[in-house]
Design a binder for this molecule. Sequence first.
Ligand code: NAD
Length: 260
Amino acid sequence: MALKGKTALITGSTSGIGLAVAQAFASEGVNIVLNGFGKKEDIDAAITSIKGKGVKCLYNGADMTKPDQIVSMVHDAAKEMGSLDILINNAGIQHVAKIEEFPPEKWDAIIAIILSSSFHTIRTAVPYMKKQGWGRIINNASAHALVASPYKAAYVAAKHGLAGLTKTIGVELGENNITCNAICPGYVKTPLVDGQIADTARARGITEEEVVRDVLLKAQWTKKFVTTDQIAKLALFLCSDAAENITGATIPIDGGWTAA
Ligand code: NAD
């Protein structure tokens, strides 16, 4: 693949899907800028592992609720790596609660981390991509960018907003050799989902086993969790020449959930 030597900035890449995507891009020779929270020893281990694949790797701890930190992170990434070719907006959090009990501060945080942060990374990264004449923007959205579930008002609103942002940027940059697409996964077994299992059990008054069988995988016709590796391979495909005409798309990888 012709991605060797390019640079990818991946938000929320200290864990779960983001980290798996970072590892997969590094394996293709892409220099990586990691972002996200976590224990210093875990982040250091991720950097060492990525550098072990023969690429450059930087870490920036910008908080995705802070626009000034987001903007500085994008500029620093481009300056320190020499280019910024691929932007993957992936940072996200979840909160599960009835609407009348939904904490306003959780609403604000989810909208900021999932939706507004993507606006800030994109608006700052696009001038670099336009100058280079090539760019790939991938928003890791969700099946919840396409359909709703109860008790997830902020997350579903933020992900639907991210789908709208994806379409707008895709068409706006159509002639700039920059594509913008959203990957819309169903349930992936990561720390974020592990947390939701307990929360959903509490909100619905059922056991954790019932949450997995009757709630999470109820709508996934394959009855399998999506894997981080499958998402990473889709992201790599979206960065290939074969995908240059895929833009503004919201692509489900959800075991058929949003088809029925
Ligand atoms: P995760 O909890 O393993 O990872 C989330 C990442 O976001 C972590 O690196 C965390 O440090 C980072 N993050 C959180 N708040 C941040 C902040 N304020 N600033 C910077 N970084 C921050 O979760 P995951 O399951 O890997 O989720 C990654 C993305 O995939 C999210 O956007 C999520 O909505 C989406 N997604 C997940 C699933 C799933 O089933 N796991 C399904 C569809 C979509």
